[in-house]
Design a binder for this molecule. Structure first.
Ligand code: FAD
Length: 285
């Protein structure tokens, strides 16, 4: 069992990881456990467990972290958001995670909903600095945006803000999902030119159905290249065909990223353990 900062992993190899989300209000833990069981079969370097929109997923994030670690021996990263988070609550949750043997945090601002409130932290770098001060032994991850964050005035301004996270102690970045590798590599060139040298995992989401992806891109602003738009218009009406085409596209995208020297691949699994297993089964070396 790994008990190190995730950033250490990159010294030896290309890193493969999978994002899992806790049960939604209408979902059950059984579905999450089923996904984790399949994912554990492909031995990812770690799984990351999301925190519900509005920061409401606190306890179930740590519950799923426990299951991943104790039942499936998976290294886990817990997502923490500034939204609805006080310094006191953060301290308590860090203590809970520490007792569970979980020592990596992805520090985020959080998606903003009409229920979101900010208390002690406005931006991810402030949360990261707090975690670093409270728990210097923890690994600290942060998010980055190959096409710029939707609220940033420009990609350069967004990268300048990203520097605050690095200065606060973030030593491993995971990118927002994207579908155009050229945009990712151009972003990497900009990061390195601005002296940000921490490892960056490329975030990949297989397109499994057309409406899901339209919803995602409307939230996160990722662009859809012509080739993918063509697949969606050809297969979008047929679930099985869309899924096959989406998995093929994700695998081709990952092959291109690995060939171009990406540090790692983070798969947004949408709790589809079978899809994660197929994608990583095909591309992992
Ligand atoms: P920040 O780094 O705070 O950036 C937000 C905006 O503010 C950007 O435009 C940035 O340029 C600007 N900015 C940053 N720092 C400063 C500063 N110090 N001063 C002024 N401006 C600044 N959301 C959830 O709710 N739960 C999750 O589990 C979750 N997991 C995610 C995992 C990954 C890998 C990614 C990429 C995103 C995830 N999100 C999640 C979504 C994320 O919360 C949103 O994208 C959010 O809008 C921004 O989060 P951030 O941590 O990048 O914020």
């Amino acid at each position: 069992m790994l008990t190190m900062r995730t950033s250490e992993l990159f010294k030896k190899k290309t890193v493969f990881s999978v994002e899992v989300f806790p049960p939604k209000k209408t979902g059950t833990m059984e579905n999450v456990i089923r996904a984790l069981r399949i994912i554990s079969g492909i031995s990812p370097d770690f799984v990351s467990i999301t925190c519900g929109a509005g920061g409401s997923g606190g306890s179930s994030t740590s519950d799923v972290c426990s299951v991943a670690k104790d039942a499936f021996d998976l290294e886990t990263v817990a997502h923490f958001t500034c939204v609805n988070m006080t310094a006191e609550k953060c301290r308590e949750e860090l203590e809970i995670l520490s007792r569970k043997g979980i020592s990596n945090i992805l520090a985020l601002r959080g998606d903003i909903t009409d229920k979101s409130k900010f208390y002690d932290f406005m931006h991810a770098d402030e949360l990261a600095a707090f975690v670093r001060a409270e728990r210097p032994e923890f690994g600290l991850l942060g998010a980055c945006y190959p096409e710029g964050h939707v609220q940033a005035p420009s990609i350069d301004a967004d990268i300048d803000n990203l520097r605050f996270k690095i200065d606060a102690g973030v030593d491993h970045l995971i990118s927002q999902l994207f579908f155009d590798n050229a945009k990712f590599f151009s972003f990497m060139d900009k990061l390195r030119a601005k002296g940000i040298t921490v490892p960056v995992e490329a975030g990949i989401m297989p397109v499994l159905n057309a409406s899901q992806i339209k919803r995602m891109v409307s939230m996160c602003g990722s662009s859809i290249p012509y080739e993918l738009a063509r697949l969606i218009s050809l297969y979008g009406e047929n679930a099985a065909d869309m899924e096959k085409a989406g998995i093929d596209y994700a695998c081709a995208q990952i092959e291109g990223l690995l060939a171009g020297g990406a540090d790692g691949i983070h798969l947004y699994s949408m709790n589809r353990g079978d899809v994660a297993a197929e994608v990583f089964g095909r591309v992992r070396r």
